[in-house]
Every structure is written in structure tokens, then in C-alpha cells.
Write a protein that binds this ligand. Structure first.
Ligand SMILES: *[C@@H]1O[C@H](CO)[C@@H](O)[C@H](O)[C@H]1NC(C)=O
Length: 103
């Protein structure tokens, strides 16, 4: 019998460059470790890296509402999450002490 493992990975990243003032949203779709589709808010549209990814990018970019949804992720996804993630990452101005250290 044949067996196989196939992995599809979706990444959604918010980069807080200066608090919520300057933010970058990146969505990546990866299949078996190969990045095939990406949305970068600095670019503003989907980009494909394989024939399938290019078709997906073209399809998504042709849908105004979908594109607008991705572009608006800075406001509905990234900025509202900032208060939640900031204490653990980018905004940590006080170095962690031993009592605060994460195992
Ligand atoms: C970062 O954002 C603040 C406002 O929140 C602004 O006053 C400041 O100039 C910004 N810093 C840079 C380096 O852009």
C-alpha cells in the first residue's frame, strides 16, 4: 500500500514595526514546504510562485471584495490583536527577569 504525508500550511503574520502606527500583514500559503501564494500588505495584492499559485493569485486579485478584505486585515486582524501580543513580544521594554522567564 502507498502512504504519504501532505502538509498544507497557512501563515498569517502581523509585523508591528512601530506599535500600531506602522504595521505589515503577510499571508502565506505553503504546500509541502513550498510557498505558492502570498499576500503582503506592502505589495497590496496576491502573488503566486507556482503555476497553481499564480492562478490562485490571479483569481483572488480579480475579486475586489476579497482583495479589500486582505488589505483591510491590518485593521480587523492585526491592530485589534496588538494589545494581546505586545506584552509578549515587540513592546517588551523591560527585560525579562528570572521570575518572568518563559520555560
Ligand atoms: C512611531 O509612531 C509614533 C506614534 O505612535 C510617532 O510619533 C513616531 O514618530 C513613530 N516613529 C517612527 C520612527 O516612525
Amino acid at each position: 500500500a502507498l502512504t504519504g504525508v501532505f502538509q498544507k500550511m497557512l501563515q498569517f503574520q502581523c509585523h508591528f514595526i512601530n506599535g500600531t502606527e506602522k504595521v505589515r500583514f503577510v499571508e502565506r500559503q505553503i504546500y509541502n514546504r513550498e510557498l505558492y501564494l502570498m499576500f503582503d500588505s506592502d505589495v497590496g495584492h496576491y502573488v503566486g510562485f507556482t503555476p497553481y499559485g499564480e492562478a490562485q493569485a490571479q483569481y483572488r486579485n480579480s475579486q475586489a471584495a476579497r482583495l479589500q478584505y486582505a488589505r483591510a486585515a491590518l485593521d480587523w486582524y492585526c491592530r485589534p490583536n496588538y494589545p494581546i501580543v505586545a506584552p509578549f513580544s515587540v513592546e517588551r521594554r523591560v527585560p525579562p527577569t528570572h521570575s518572568q522567564s518563559i520555560p
